[in-house]
Design a protein around this ligand. Structure first.
Ligand SMILES: [Zn+2]
Length: 478
């Protein structure tokens, strides 16, 4: 817990396992297999084909119609509802039921929508989110061997960044940079941001000691407080003109918070594209900074207690704000407006954005220094040339997922995500297993934390294939 706290305190961006482009590249392999004929090919690790299985018809239709929403979903909680909330609350085990609770919740909400294009868009995005989870599951387990363990400050952090950056630089960019959440901002707002109106978020998902890092959590709580103050005023006599003015002020404040939170998903999407999903392949820090500065000016300032209508209420503004929230809490909300990017990505010590850009931008020139045989810190040591040959199985510029085990496992799991329950059970039966999927999707029911090790079989609930260890070794590398 302490480690997790330090992690979020010091920096949140680089705690990836696959960088977003690697997530995307592996997803694309399965997407192509899916879209050519609606069938998913399942293979043994030996390369022998188990068979072609029909995809879940609804997922197939959704992803076929809205591939850009699917790709946005593949960015997953690295991007949505924002970097800090995803990193500090959705990836680790913070919620009741851990990361799986989020996956099940998003899936349930998408499946609960009325039939039509909007449901398809939301389902495509949610499906992408599950695919992200599959990638994290295998990548975190792998990267931790070299970094010496779960992310922590210092040497370990740099190992993470350099290794993930290196794998990304050897990834085939086989996909278009077209991720989009146009049309589903409201779904992301409802399911990941607006905890004020959503008891699931408030009571079991968007919770834990890290919520002070989360704009959705903090401002939803503030909105609830304002709502209750406003309701209380209307229950009273309403004769006091000062209290009337205070209430009007609070109503403006509340409205600005709602507007700002509504704008949050689109803002986060733009930031994610600038930082880690653009065709230039570089972290466009300045662009992200500009997007967030605009957000701070247009929304955060007023959300943190200076509503747009504040001019009219100048005389009472401070007094009202301090009556609503203690001074320290207000100051905490206001800190965001100063440097939102820094707050989201990093705060304080460890690695700053400039270093991050440097290590991430040129991971190869730092590989041997931080991961090589002579490097310091714990974890398996390997020089870049050996890593490329032995681990990535590199013969050209980019790795072939068949030869790079965690990438292979990610692809194998992604294939199962697209299958209907009947098809998954068909695969299991065909391999002689008695295990059966009872959940709606093979990716649901077992991941306690997206950034943990051995999530497929390390928890009480296991991934359906992993519940039969013999069959597991036929479909996945150890
Ligand atoms: Zn992730």
């Amino acid at each position: 817990m302490l480690k997790r706290f330090l992690l979020c305190l010091t920096l949140t961006l680089p705690v990836w396992a696959w960088k977003p482009v690697t997530h995307m590249s592996l997803a694309e392999i399965v997407l192509r297999d899916l879209l050519d004929d609606g069938l998913i090919s399942i293979y043994r690790v030996s390369g022998e084909k188990v068979g072609d299985f029909p995809a879940d018809p609804e997922l197939l239709a959704a992803v076929r119609a809205y591939p850009a929403c699917f790709r946005a979903g593949v960015l997953g909680p690295d991007a949505y509802p924002d970097i800090a909330t995803g990193q500090c609350i959705i990836h680790p085990e913070q919620s009741q039921g851990g990361s799986n609770a989020w996956l099940e919740y998003l899936w349930g909400r998408a499946k609960g929508l009325p039939a039509g294009p909007h449901r398809q868009q939301c389902l495509a995005w949610t499906c992408g989110f599950l695919v992200h989870a599959a990638g994290d599951m295998y990548a975190h387990d792998y990267i931790n061997q070299f970094s010496g363990g779960d992310f922590e400050l210092g040497q370990n952090a740099i190992k993470h960044i350099v290794l993930e950056g290196h794998v990304a630089s050897r990834t085939e960019m086989n996909f278009p940079y077209d991720a989009s959440i146009a049309g589903i901002e409201d779904f992301i707002y409802d399911t990941c941001v607006n905890a004020a109106d959503n008891p699931d978020l408030r009571e079991r998902l968007l919770i834990g000691p890290e919520t002070s890092k989360s704009i959705p959590a903090e401002f939803s709580a503030l909105r609830r407080k304002l709502d209750s103050d406003i309701a209380e005023y209307y229950r009273g006599s309403r004769l006091n003109p000062i209290r009337a003015a205070q209430c009007t002020y609070k109503e403006h404040w509340r409205d600005d918070i709602m507007q700002g939170l509504r704008a949050w998903p689109a803002t986060s999407h733009a930031v994610a594209c600038a930082l880690f999903f653009n065709a230039a392949g570089t972290a466009r820090v300045e662009e992200a900074q500009a997007i967030l500065e605009r957000y701070a000016k247009e929304h955060l300032l007023s959300m943190a207690g200076a509503p747009d209508a504040a001019g009219k209420f100048l005389s009472i503004a401070d007094e009202v704000a301090e009556a609503v929230l203690p001074k320290e809490a207000l100051a905490r909300l206001k800190r965001w407006k100063n440097n939102l990017l820094l707050e989201l990505v990093q705060s304080g010590t460890g690695i700053d954005l400039r270093m991050y850009k440097q290590y991430m931008g040129q991971p190869d020139s730092h590989f041997d220094q931080f991961l090589g045989m002579g490097s310091v810190g714990s974890g398996r040591k390997i020089n870049m040339a050996d890593f490329d040959a032995q681990e990535l199985g590199l013969s050209g510029l980019t790795f072939d997922y068949h030869r790079f085990r965690p990438a292979y496992n990610t692809v194998a799991m992604t294939r199962l995500i697209f299958l209907s329950r009947e098809s998954v059970n068909g695969v299991l039966a065909g391999l002689g297993s008695n295990a059966r999927l009872t959940k709606d999707n093979a990716m649901l029911g077992f991941v306690a934390k997206l950034d943990g090790s051995r999530q497929w079989d390390g928890n009480a609930e296991k991934m359906v294939v992993a519940s039969d260890p013999v069959v597991y070794t036929r479909l996945f590398f150890p």
